[in-house]
Each structure stands twice: as C-alpha cells, then as structure tokens.
Design a protein around this ligand. Structure first.
Ligand code: GAP
Length: 490
C-alpha cells in the first residue's frame, strides 16, 4: 500500500470513529482484535445497506424468499459441508517475531511491491504462479517462492520462516452443560458462513413456500472466522455479517445461471450510483472445496482492488453431502417436461449458484467511496475545506436535517411541525444549536443529503432554504414540497 493510500485509509477509520459510525469493540479495555461495534450513524447505514439488498433479493425477484436460521447448527453440518476438513488457510510463521501470516497475503504484498517498482509483468507472473500452486496445494513450492523472493516479516525484518501449515478458521465452543466422557460430544461451531443454514432448510422452504425450480433462498446474518491476518479495519473481521443467496437450479442449467447472477450482482452495485470503473471481476483459479466455477466482484478500496462479493457455482455438492450425512433425501421433483425425453425431468438434487457479499465490507466500500476532503473555492477568491460523505441518498443514515436559523421568533415551532410531518417516512435530524455553517458541516460529515433551514422569510411565504450536500447549492422551495422531494430522491 502506498503512503497516500494508507493515509486515506487511516483518515476514513478516524472519521468513522469520530462521527459515530464504527468503534473498536470494547474499546475501554483496549479493544478486541478484528472485532468492531457500529455507532448511531453506522448502524443506520448498515441497516440501510442490508434492507436495500434484502428488498432487491426478496421483493424485486418473485422467485426468492428469505429465512433467518440460527447461528448454532448441528456439528455434523460442518463435517458434511467440508468446513471441518477443508476450511483452512495455508499459514507460515516467522521464527523470530513469532508472527503468523497467511501465505497468499505475504506473496500478494510482495507482488504489490513489484507493481510499485514498475515491474508489472513480474507482478502478474508471481500472482499467476501463486494461484496455481495454491490450487495444487503445493506447499513446498510456495515456501520456495517465499525464499526465492526473500520475502521478510515486517516485524522482525528476517526471512526465517517455518514450513507452511494449514490452520482451521472455525471458532469452537461448548454446548449445554452435560458432562460426557468424550469432550468432543459437546462441541459446536460458530457458523463460518450463513449458507449452510439455507442448505439444511432447502426442503422446509421449498415445501412450505411452494417454490418451483429455479428459485432462491436469501439470508443475512452473522458469521465468524478466526482470521489470522486481521488488521484491515472492517475489511477482515473475526465477527462479521454476510448477505447470501443460494439459487437452486436444474442440473445442466448452472452455467447460464452463473452468468446471470454474475451480471445481476454487479448491476446491483451500480444501481447504488457507485462508479463502474472502480469495479472488476476476478475469476478464480484456486476454487473453494465446494466450487465448480467462481469469481469475485472486486472494488478499488483505498487499500487496492479487493473482493467485496463472491459468486460461486456450488454444483450439487452441499445438498448431496447433507443427504449423505443426514440420510434424508434432499431431492426435488421437477414435473416440467424434458423435451429430449417427452417425460418430466423427475427427481434430482438441484445445483446451486451462490451470491455472497459481506455487509461490513460493503459498508467499508460505501464509506471509502463516499469520503472526500474537499477544497472549496469561494466567490471572494479565498478557499475553505470540508469533509463530506457522498453516501447515496437511498442508504444515507440521515436523509434530512431540519435546522431553524434561530432558537426564537417561532422558527423552532415551524421546524418541529416539518419534523413531525417527515419523520414517519424517513430518518430526520433536528438541531437548533450553533451557526448554520457549522451545522451544515456536521451534516456533510455524516452524509446527510438534504438540509432545510427555516428562517424569517418562512413565516411570510411558507418557503424554506434547501441545501444540497454534494453541490452545496441552496434554493428556496415551498415547505409543503419538502417531504415529497426527499421521498423521490430516496
Ligand atoms: N458462503 C460463501 C462464502 O462465505 P466467502 O468468499 O468466504 O464465501 C463471502 O465470503 C463474502 O463474505 C466475501 O466476499 C466478503 O465480502 C465477506 N467476508 C468473508 N470473510 C470476511 C471477514 N473475515 N470479514 C469481513 N467480511 C468477510
């Protein structure tokens, strides 16, 4: 990461804390690594992103329904899903600093160094080779790569490495208070993805909601991973939230549905007004243990292009595994006629296309894209500055600030009336204190798209000043049109 990128990232982290978006968890005890709490504006923004996703999935698609499965699941779930055996990352320890690193992160950091030195081709070759070796799980060759490039630990500045080993990322805890001879009997896991809650409920949902293939099941909720490298603010957390959708399709149609969802999901991002040029796809060479085809939607964060969402063609892997481990059939009867045979398609285990996006990561994306330290050229030739969050109006934590110019002359009363009219429809903020310029700046800093000022003219002609966050343009409009104007914008 360049110093400039690092500075911007640090500014966003400070801003998020100062303005009540994100706090380190249990901060009075010095925090807990890679765990964060959301403050008053943060939890509004997070909820708005979640709602926007939920609506796009379960309301705008007729064939997708939602569920809310528990975090604790029967431990066999994770045996069947492959997480107990395969959900691990290759890690390496530096013998001097005792610091543990994810092998791919270590090599990616070296690749970025090469890119910054202008060695673009070498960078690409290194990443390509790394992907191949990871896919082949060739840890000896990966270790040699680290040695050949003389990659060093950033703490000890030495290249004194252990061999590469696998490290499972699931958190374990004990369930209930029943003592047994075998301590493993009581072990449960905190789910590392929400997806399995959908798979184990496939038939419950299909039958009760009378869904016909192709159809999807959506879910949002917490997931937990004991991430090793966890120092990128809310980009990589140990407790985070996912928004996942499993789309069940007829075997043989998964290729076209994979393409459909790949495009559909990028459209969702763009529909929020986010810049298309900051997005790209990254097709996977190394596939997760369940995947047949997979790609990431990446965004250009201040820390570089990084994954925000994954689209995975999971074949019938999960349902077949659950069928085998539970000994309960996970089949669907398709009575549509197969043109090849003239008979119904009949019973089969559906194939699955998954879309999986991290809510916290999407939050960071919105914040990073919205943040601007703006220099303002004033009419008299002087300059001023402001920190503004250009958050899309539809998901902004506060939509409208209502600001009486003075605390007297009946202005607060008019403002309160407007507040009473608007607050059942969208989140408003009311403030009487401080000079109006200062109040505007505070709203800019939390990303409020519209401010309304009530002044003496309001008493004469029922007009107010509306001030637009992004352009800072001000105009007079009828007080009676305020609610509708905001509703249309959001
Ligand atoms: N069910 C598939 C699955 O979990 P994944 O690629 O491991 O796939 C999906 O995760 C998304 O979840 C990622 O694209 C990312 O946005 C988010 N995510 C994963 N690990 C995360 C972490 N430690 N902190 C924050 N978000 C994370």
């Amino acid at each position: 990461m360049s110093t400039q990128q690092d500075n911007k990232f640090q500014q966003i982290i400070s801003h998020a804390k100062e303005y009540g978006f994100v706090f380190p968890s249990s901060e009075i005890y010095d925090g807990l690594s890679a765990v964060y709490d959301y403050g008053p504006y943060g939890c509004e923004l997070k909820k708005n992103i979640r709602d926007y996703w939920w609506k796009s999935m379960t309301q705008l698609h007729d064939n997708i329904v939602g569920i809310d499965a528990a975090i604790f699941m029967h431990p066999t779930t994770w045996k069947a899903s492959g997480h107990i055996d395969n959900f691990s990352d290759p890690m390496i320890d530096n013998k001097d600093s005792k610091k543990r690193y994810r092998v791919d992160h270590l090599i990616e950091a070296k690749a970025e160094e090469l890119a910054q030195e202008g060695k673009k081709e070498e960078e690409q070759a290194l990443l390509q080779k790394m992907d191949e070796l990871l896919a082949a799980e060739d840890f000896v060759a990966l270790k040699k790569m680290i040695d050949d490039y003389n990659i060093k630990c950033s703490i000890s500045d030495t290249a004194n490495w252990t061999d590469i080993r696998q490290f499972n990322l699931m958190f374990k805890t004990e369930f209930g208070a029943v003592a047994t001879d075998n301590p493993d009997d009581n072990i449960v896991y905190l789910r590392p993805e929400t997806a399995q809650g959908i798979f184990v409920n496939f038939l419950n949902v299909q039958k009760t909601a009378r869904m016909k293939i192709p159809f999807g099941i959506a879910q949002t909720g917490k997931a937990f991973r004991n991430e090793i490298v966890a120092r990128q603010f809310i980009f990589r957390m140990r407790e985070f939230e996912q928004m996942e959708m499993q789309f069940f399709v007829r075997p043989g149609t998964e290729g076209e549905w994979y393409q459909f969802w790949k495009e559909e999901r990028l459209k969702w991002h763009i529909s929020l007004g986010l810049p298309k040029e900051k997005y790209r796809y990254h097709d996977h060479i190394k596939l997760a243990h369940y995947a047949k085809e997979a790609c990431d939607i990446e965004f250009e964060f201040p820390i570089g292009f990084k994954e925000v969402e994954g689209i995975h063609s999971r074949s019938d892997f999960d349902l077949t595994q659950h069928q085998q481990y539970s000994r309960k059939k996970q089949q669907y009867f398709d009575n549509d006629i197969n043109p090849a045979t003239g008979k119904p398609y009949g019973n089969y285990v559906p194939y699955v296309i998954e879309t999986s996006i991290g809510l916290d990561r999407m939050f960071l994306l919105i914040l990073a894209n919205a943040y601007e330290e703006e220099v303002i050229n004033k009419e008299d030739g002087s300059t001023d500055s402001r920190t503004v969050l250009h958050i899309p109006a539809k998901i902004a934590p506060v939509k409208l600030a209502i600001l009486p110019l003075l605390k007297k002359d009946g202005l607060p009363e008019i403002a309160q009336q407007l507040l009473a009219e608007c607050k059942p429809h969208f989140k408003c903020f009311y403030e009487e204190k401080d000079a109006i310029g200062k109040r505007y700046r505070r709203q800019d800093a939390i990303g409020t798209p519209f401010c309304i000022t009530i002044d003496h003219q309001t008493k004469e002609d029922n007009t107010v000043t509306i001030r637009y966050r992004d352009s800072m343009k001000q105009e007079r409009i009828a007080i009676s049109s305020v609610k509708q104007l905001v509703l249309e914008a959001i």
